[in-house]
Design a protein around this ligand. Structure first.
Ligand SMILES: [Zn+2]
Length: 170
C-alpha cells in the first residue's frame, strides 16, 4: 500500500458517525493498514487514530503515547472506573480542543497486530486516548461527549469545519 492511499477524514464527513465493522482475519493487509495509520498519526503529531478517520470502515485503532505503541484490532472496553477530565484534540477536528469527562481507569480487550488476544489496563491519558479512539470506531466523536452549553461555545469552530475553513494539521 502506498503512503498516499489513506487520507485523513475531517468532520462532518459521515464515516465519522458510522459504527465500524469488525475485522475477522488479522492478515498482512490489516498489518499494512495499521502501519500506515500509525505513520499518518505520527506525521500529523497525533497520539491516536481510528480507521474511519482515514476513511476505512474497520474496527482498527493505533496509539502512540510516550514509548507505548498500540496497534489494535476490534478493541472493546469491558470495565471502567473513576472519572477524569482532560483537554482533548482530534485530527478530524483541526483547531478544536475541548475538555471531556471520561473514565480514569479502563480495561480493554483487543487483538494485536499478530491477531493475538490481549488485555490492556490503562489509566489517565492512555485511558483517555483509548476511550477517544474506541468511541471513533463506534461512530462517536468527542463533540457528542460534552454538555450542550459547551457545544454552544464551540459552535463557531464547528461552522468553520462545515464550511471547510480550517488549516489541516501539518
Ligand atoms: Zn479523534
Amino acid at each position: 500500500m502506498k503512503e498516499t492511499e489513506l487520507k485523513l477524514v475531517i468532520w462532518p464527513n459521515k464515516i465519522l458517525t458510522r459504527k465500524c465493522k469488525p475485522v475477522f482475519v488479522v492478515d498482512e493487509k490489516i498489518r499494512q493498514i495499521l502501519d500506515e495509520m500509525y505513520n499518518i498519526m505520527v506525521k500529523k503529531n497525533g497520539i491516536g487514530l481510528a480507521a474511519n478517520q482515514v476513511g476505512l470502515d474497520k474496527r482498527l485503532i493505533v496509539i502512540g503515547l510516550n514509548d507505548q505503541i498500540f496497534k489494535l484490532v476490534n478493541p472493546c472496553i469491558f470495565k471502567k472506573e473513576g472519572s477524569i477530565k482532560i483537554v482533548e484534540g482530534c485530527l478530524s477536528f483541526p483547531g478544536l480542543e475541548i475538555e471531556v469527562k471520561r473514565a480514569k481507569r479502563i480495561w480493554v480487550s483487543a487483538l494485536n497486530h499478530k491477531g493475538e488476544q490481549i488485555d490492556i489496563e490503562a489509566t489517565d491519558l492512555l485511558a483517555v486516548v483509548l476511550q477517544h479512539e474506541i468511541d471513533h470506531i463506534n461512530g462517536i466523536t468527542f463533540i457528542s461527549r460534552i454538555p450542550f452549553w459547551k457545544k454552544i461555545k464551540i459552535s463557531s469552530n464547528l461552522r468553520k469545519l462545515k464550511r471547510g475553513k480550517y488549516e489541516l494539521p501539518k
